[in-house]
Design a protein around this ligand. Sequence first.
Ligand SMILES: Nc1ncnc2c1ncn2[C@@H]1O[C@H](COP(=O)(O)OP(=O)(O)OP(=O)(O)O)[C@@H](O)[C@H]1O
Length: 246
Amino acid sequence: MSAGVIALEGLVVGRGRAVVAGPFDAALAAGEALVVTGPNGAGKSTLLRTLASLLPPLGGAIRLSGLAIDGEPAERIAEVAHYVGHRHGMKSQIAAGDNLAFWARYLGAGAAGAGRPGGAPLSPAEALAAVGLPGLEAIPFGYLSAGQQRRASLARLLVAWRPVWILDEPTSALDAASQQRFAALVANHLAAGGMAIAATHQPLGLDGATTLHIPPRSGSGDVPGPDGEAAPAIDDAALAEAEGWL
Ligand SMILES: Nc1ncnc2c1ncn2[C@@H]1O[C@H](COP(=O)(O)OP(=O)(O)OP(=O)(O)O)[C@@H](O)[C@H]1O
């Protein structure tokens, strides 16, 4: 089992210079899960996007130790993580299996998976079977039902090894049996020395997970600029470009 640790030290997260949530202090070791809870708009997705290096921290630090990529110490979680956000990251008109084959190639499944704890990465067909979609690899992703689409997008976690799974509402649209199946996949990942950070409104059935509860937001809490000026209005176009929505 690897011995990685992720530590959040006074981490403050936000959009533009507007503080959304924090400061957070938490630590996560290999084999552990962090479940992020809180009401709508509290900042769960903002925290996860910050951990996934899609947004810069507004304060504090994210410290990594013992996490490596190609033998080099990782400097950012993104280098060693899968991030599954609200959007699936799959193309509707392309077969589910081909979408997963793309991710396996893009994520370098062979190299990153070599010698990983828990065995080699799964093929697209195996990964679809593992999320309860056996034999559906030739079906265009867009033909799948909402719950099937979510499950196929989660199958991406299995086609390339990454020690850290960052998951935003992973079980939304999943029925009870699919939620249980997914909880078992996360438990296997943790048993293989992985880590999971998940924002959710539904219990994930992870025994021993640490919970980080974000309370409802109060006040704007903008971070002043270096010159003491008030924070500028958020530029949605610039944010969209930085976050890759375009
Ligand atoms: N691109 C953006 N620009 C400005 N503000 C944003 C942006 N995206 C989200 N916010 C704001 O940040 C706050 C936190 O949103 P976030 O999506 O992190 O909450 P959440 O806890 O994940 O909510 P939910 O449970 O509804 O998914 C909200 O007030 C939201 O309006």
